[in-house]
Design a binder for this molecule. Structure first.
Ligand code: G6P
Length: 372
């Protein structure tokens, strides 16, 4: 087993370090000789894809947060409304789904029963279903109209890491493909974003190269009872995922909030010493939310919060209000989740390890939940 872990203490540790490869492999072989994006696996009639007027992402757990990131990118690039719904909620209400709906089912295992039931339900309503799945030959792709495989390789640790990054990457490819097909974007725009995506694996590696400080802080915080996570725009699902990782691995009460929601409730939770991770958007962003999130850091710091800030390299504005800054390389706003989530994964993994817990097999959880 030690050899399978490639020298890492746990499968999770190894899988976190496999992430540059997982993203690179998921991007591999997706363009033709002229650089045009081609998704051969997506065997849904192009006329149907052009006619799609709504996308609904169905998924559970971490895969659902990948769906939330996808919403921001696909709506921006394709101007198609995107809903993201937990598969088990979707299935048991009366969702408005028809022939013009593209349902995207996201699942690492391809076996999650809740997600499978949502796929069946969607197809019964006449929707086209596209699966974004990591496991070849699994049930969800078999029961879908088409599949876009993530190439993260087998994921052993129960809590998802590299599959999450690969799901987000695949969702970006889908968004760019639809934008290209439907004429929302010029070929050179698609190519330029693809170029930015191809630069992401090296940037993830840079985040991994600086993991020492994250680990140190995580060990110091091994006795922490509660951690909050704030993020805005695509940083919001990153905050949710950071909180989920900490719950799953370290059994610590953790909540993710949209930073804009702070004053509508969560700020009441802030008391002296409360650790809060804040995912800060790029200061270079087009419709910059940067200053609003920096104000949030200031507000919680004034109430005694310990602020642990994930910010872009060179972002000096956060420093006066941050107890700790974890910087990540620059990237376009929509792609930033692939970098920002990595320190949060490392934090949860290291804190759980410091508590003496089994990070690969947390209590009460299963890698794939094949019952409803
Ligand atoms: C379980 C796992 C989670 C995972 C979720 C969805 O709850 O513990 O880590 O995110 O299932 O799994 P899937 O295989 O559908 O992505």
């Amino acid at each position: 087993a030690a050899a399978e872990k490639g020298g890492f203490r746990s499968f999770m540790d190894k899988e976190i370090h496999d992430q540059p490869q997982a993203v690179a492999d998921t991007l591999l072989g997706r363009t033709d000789a002229s650089g045009r994006l081609v998704l051969d696996e997506v065997r849904i009639d192009e006329a149907l894809l052009r006619a799609v007027d709504k996308i609904v992402v169905v998924a559970c757990g971490t895969a659902a947060y990948a769906g939330h990131v996808a919403k921001y990118a696909i709506e921006h690039w394709c101007r198609i409304p995107v809903e993201v719904e937990l598969a088990h909620e979707f299935r048991y209400r009366d969702p408005v789904v028809d022939e013009r709906t593209l349902v995207v089912a996201v699942s690492q295992s391809g076996e999650t029963m809740d997600t499978l039931m949502a796929v069946r339900h969607a197809r019964e309503q006449g929707a086209q279903v596209l699966a974004i799945v990591n496991t070849h030959g699994s049930t969800i792709p078999r029961e879908s109209d088409a599949v876009l495989y993530t190439h993260a390789g087998p994921e052993i640790a129960v809590a998802s890491t590299k599959a999450f990054l690969a799901q987000i990457t695949a969702a970006y490819l889908l968004g760019l493909y639809l934008a290209q097909l439907r004429g929302n974007m010029y070929a050179d725009e698609v190519a330029s974003i693809l170029g930015e995506l191809r630069a992401i694996p090296d940037k993830i590696q840079q985040v991994l190269d600086r993991e020492g400080r994250v680990r140190e802080i995580a060990r110091w915080m091994a006795d922490t009872q509660s951690v909050l996570f704030l993020g805005r725009h695509v940083g919001f699902p990153v905050a949710m995922e950071g909180a989920l990782k900490l719950k799953e691995l370290a059994y610590i009460h953790a909540e993710g909030f949209a930073a804009g929601e702070l004053k509508h409730g969560p700020i009441a939770l802030i008391e002296p010493g409360q650790p809060v991770f804040v995912v800060v958007p790029s200061p270079r962003g087009r419709h910059s939310l940067h200053s609003k999130v920096v104000s949030n850091i200031q507000e919680i710091r004034a109430r005694g919060a310990r602020t642990l800030v994930i910010a872009e390299e060179g972002d000096e504005a956060v420093r006066p209000y941050a107890d700790e800054v974890f910087s990540v390389p620059q990237a376009p706003t929509l792609l930033a989740p692939l970098l920002a989530v990595v320190p949060l994964q490392i934090f949860a993994c290291e804190l759980a390890t410091a508590k003496g817990l089994d990070v690969d097999q947390p209590r009460n959880l299963a890698k794939s939940v094949t019952v409803e």
